[in-house]
Design a protein around this ligand. Structure first.
Ligand code: AMP
Ligand code: GLY
Length: 435
């Protein structure tokens, strides 16, 4: 029996737990997370409702358990140094140590790593600790800019000119609010184009790339509204996206590979985990929007749904540095994942309402919920995701739409994710931009 520790209780971690249980090896699953996800609990031998970012608590909880491997789902425990602590007591981890997780936890660090290995992927940018010089830089960028809080904010610390910031005054006010909260920020040139995610299984030296996925960060249909953690995603049966050329895909793959090697060079630590590049195809080529040090959520549900290789074998290859020796394959099927989120999400979400759904449904992934007194209650963030899988993307979309509509509560979702209409719009947009 292999003892596995899973950290986190969102939909992404449900996807991970299911893949662990599908493995040909027999496993005992232990989970530590701040809330109780009933789907993960059903698959677990023991489930501890504790914050996994409290590293000493985690060590205390597991001290009498036999754990062979830990898989870290979310970013916060990476920042708290959970991997450093687990590895110290001899538990190998799928998830990087704090020093290399900085590729996600500090946007300035990520840009500086890119300057060293793929500078052409970076926007023009500047780091700020006060508002001094902000106005001049905004004008220098012709008022086409993005202001990014330099730290973890669940995708909500980024504000874009013309969308969230409508004047220099508003932008200065946002910058001041970061400074008065003790934070620092970056101002970047605003890229225009189509975003895509490329996640790679990484052992510190070698990257095995997963199918490309497109996420939808804006809250509402038509890509409007505030930024969220991600409202829905799709992937194509050929593992690429219809607005990308082979060259674009190769450039993104090479960038992940270079970043992994540069991280090792700069920190002496190997990035062992999931390296997630957030890219945008622009009229001047592929650019980097951000890096993450974990599976994307919802992207994990797309790719793990079609992963053919034994997931535990991949985890073992990540921690033992043998990704190059493993053949990893995915089914040639399209996937569409849609998230149901509370009314008012992300700024003012409804909370503590009951969610009615069938938790035994295999393509349903519960996320920000808490099981209390036999009821599934929403806790105020992305609540449940449904994945449609089919050779044809439009059929996958219909399956996802039908599935997510069966999740009842004070919820809404984006109806346009994965529809032909939106995908064709994206292809046209990109063609126009590229001239
Ligand atoms: P991040 O948390 O860095 O992924 O940013 C959240 C979202 O803001 C991204 O998914 C993009 O839609 C947008 N964004 C971030 N940086 C840029 C940029 N330099 N240009 C245009 N959009 C950006
Ligand atoms: N879906 C975006 C993220 O996981 O950061």
């Amino acid at each position: 029996m292999i003892g596995l520790l899973l950290i986190g209780s969102g939909a992404r971690e449900v996807a991970i737990a299911r893949k662990i249980k599908e493995s040909s090896s027999s496993t005992l699953l232990y989970c530590i997370a701040s809330t109780t996800n009933p789907q993960i609990k059903n698959l677990s031998k023991l489930y501890f409702e504790q914050s996994p970012s409290e590293v000493s608590n985690v060590l205390e909880l597991i001290k009498n358990l036999s754990i062979d491997l830990a898989i870290i789902g979310p970013e916060n425990p990476l920042e708290s140094g959970l991997v450093d602590a687990l590895e110290k007591v001899g538990i190998p981890c799928v998830g990087p140590k704090r020093g290399v997780a900085k590729i996600e936890t500090s946007k300035a660090f990520a840009r500086n790593i890119l300057d060293l290995c793929s500078p052409e992927m970076n926007p023009e940018r500047k780091e700020f600790v006060t508002v001094d010089g902000v106005e001049d830089f905004l004008r220098h960028l012709n008022e086409e800019y993005v202001i990014k809080y330099d730290g973890l904010m669940g995708g909500k610390g980024v504000k874009i000119s013309g969308e969230h910031l409508h004047s220099i005054e508003e932008s200065l006010a946002y910058a001041s609010s970061i400074v008065s909260g003790g934070g620092t920020f970056l101002i970047e040139e605003k890229f225009l184009g189509e975003e895509f995610s490329l996640m790679s299984f990484c052992d510190g030296t070698t990257c095995a790339h997963m199918p490309l996925v497109q996420d939808h960060k804006r809250a509402f249909d038509g890509d409007i509204g505030p930024n969220t953690g991600g409202m829905g995603t799709y992937s194509f049966a050929n593992h690429s996206l219809p607005f990308l050329s082979e060259k674009d895909v190769l450039e993104a793959q090479q960038t992940n590979e270079r970043v992994a090697l540069e991280l090792y060079k700069q920190t002496g630590q190997r990035f062992r985990g999931i390296l997630y590049g957030g890219f945008m195809l622009t009229k001047s080529g592929v650019k980097v929007i951000e890096y993450n040090a974990r599976f994307g959520d919802p992207e994990a549900m797309n790719v793990l749904s079609i992963l053919e290789t034994d997931f535990l074998a991949i985890c073992n290859a990540i921690v033992s540095g043998s990704i190059a020796n493993l053949k990893i394959s995915f089914k040639n099927e399209a996937t569409v994942c849609k998230y149901a989120v509370p009314n008012g999400y992300p700024n003012n979400p409804s909370k503590n309402f009951e969610v009615k759904c069938n938790p035994r449904e295999n393509n349903l992934y519960l996320a920000a919920v808490q099981k209390t007194k036999g009821k599934i209650m929403a806790t105020g963030s992305r609540t449940a995701a449904f994945v449609g899988i089919n050779k044809e993307i439009n059929v996958a979309e219909q399956i996802a739409e039908k599935g997510i509509c069966e999740v009842k509560g004070k919820l809404f979702h984006r109806k346009d994710v994965g529809t032909n209409k939106l995908i064709n719009h994206r292809i046209r947009n990109m063609k126009e931009l590229l001239g």
